[in-house]
Write a protein of this length. Structure first.
Ligand code: PLP
Length: 389
């Protein structure tokens, strides 16, 4: 059976050059980077090489990069670490209602401890409004956390403008850039970012490793307590092999990101055009221009997303419905609900994310199968039959 992977937003395959780098690190960098002897220093070299490449890709200083276990840890750290460090100043945080659960659940956790959170709504494209943000700011606001790109709809937020507002008001600004890295040019100064979450496995690096950017001078409580690693802010012996792989993945991006983005856009647009021209009752979700180049999110009317996903899976085609994290639940995701997608369409919300290895032939096979499956599922849908009588 064919295997067509169209779920690159959930995770990506690890690039060969990344695996090679990790293999090299496995053989040579077995020391503890905190040890001062030869073998320890060699392992430290791999960690620092990765730190430098990541810092230079986002316009930061290497001392502003902190290795973590991934995007989830970064998001938890940014929210809770800032809340605890600034609680004397205030206990109000602003975020959006379409953030990843790593942000939303961290905020809910803080609410139980007396913090107040404003969850900004989004418009039908999934965009946060600057006017809403300005209205939400209070004397006791200590943090604004808005994601750079949404993992389901692909919508990009006005990060630079939000950063300018936060800076003027003396509020810290964090952005979850897990989905944006590699697809959107990132510069921490131009975007006025104080903190940013990054994850390796979305950019063809290994899983279980990420990095947090924290601007020099920004005070945030450590999340992990223990040894003095990561400038005394994130304890624990370094995950040297995965950090080396993450660094290599960013190095590949540095050299090729424009080529990848052009490829994603070409393939994604072809997929979008074929679907919208050949299947009726299809709604495009998210913003048509301000969106990730590899993301197509659609709602297919009169079709149940789970049935669609399973039918595509039986043909070897891997996509996502709702969000990867909430698959398994029949409830539409919080993001689809925030966009107020109509009742006949919301359950057929499906995310296709293309990647470096997706070809036009993959798309042709996918759309041909999708047409057959949609027709079969709709033949069983009473609302679709009523609509077409
Ligand atoms: N933030 C966003 C926007 C994501 O898409 C994800 C992963 O799906 C995460 C955070 C969590 O990252 P990780 O899987 O590295 O914990």
């Amino acid at each position: 059976m064919k295997e067509i992977y169209l779920d690159y937003a959930a995770t990506t395959p690890t690039e060969k050059q990344v695996v090679d780098k990790m293999y090299e690190a496995y053989r040579l960098a077995y020391g503890n980077p905190s040890s001062i002897h030869l073998v320890g220093r060699r392992a430290k070299g791999y960690v620092e090489e990765a730190r430098e490449v990541i810092a230079s890709y986002i316009g930061a200083d290497p001392k502003e990069i902190y290795f973590t276990s991934g995007g989830t840890e970064c998001d938890n750290w940014a929210i809770k670490g800032t809340a605890y460090a600034r609680q004397k100043r205030g206990k109000h945080i602003i975020t959006s209602c379409i953030e990843h659960h790593a942000i939303l659940h961290s905020c809910e956790y803080l609410e139980k401890q007396g913090y107040e959170i404003t969850y900004l709504p989004v418009d039908k494209y999934g965009s946060v409004s600057i006017a809403d943000l300005k209205k939400a700011i209070r004397e006791d606001t200590i943090l604004i956390s808005i994601m750079m790109a949404n993992n389901e709809m692909g919508t990009l937020q006005p990060i630079k403008e939000i950063g300018e507002i936060a800076k003027k008001k003396g509020i810290l600004f964090h952005s979850d850039a897990v989905q944006a890295l590699g697809s959107v040019p990132i510069n921490v100064d131009a975007m006025n970012l104080d903190m940013m979450s990054l994850s390796s496995h979305k950019i063809y690096g290994p899983k279980g490793v990420g990095a947090m950017y924290i601007r020099k001078g920004v005070r945030i409580e450590p999340f992990m307590h223990g040894g003095a690693q990561e400038f005394k802010k994130r304890a624990g012996t370094h995950n040297v092999i995965d950090i080396a792989g993450f660094g290599q993945a960013v190095k590949i991006l540095k050299e090729n990101d424009k080529v990848y983005v052009a490829h994603y856009q070409k393939i994604r647009d072809y997929l979008r055009d074929r679907i919208t021209q050949e299947i009726d009752y299809v709604q495009l979700n998210g913003h048509c221009e301000k969106r990730l180049p590899n993301n197509l999110n659609i709602s297919i009317g009169y079709v149940e997303g789970e049935a669609l996903l399973l039918s595509l899976d039986m043909e070897g085609i891997c996509v996502s419905t709702g969000s990867a994290c909430s698959s398994g639940s029949l409830k539409p995701s919080h993001v689809a609900m925030a966009l107020h997608i109509g009742d006949d369409f919301i359950h057929g919300t499906t995310r296709f994310t293309v990647g470096r290895f997706t070809s036009i032939e993959d798309i042709d096979y996918t759309v041909d199968k999708l047409k057959e499956i949609v027709a079969r599922l709709r033949a069983m849908s009473p609302t679709y039959r009523e609509r077409n009588i």
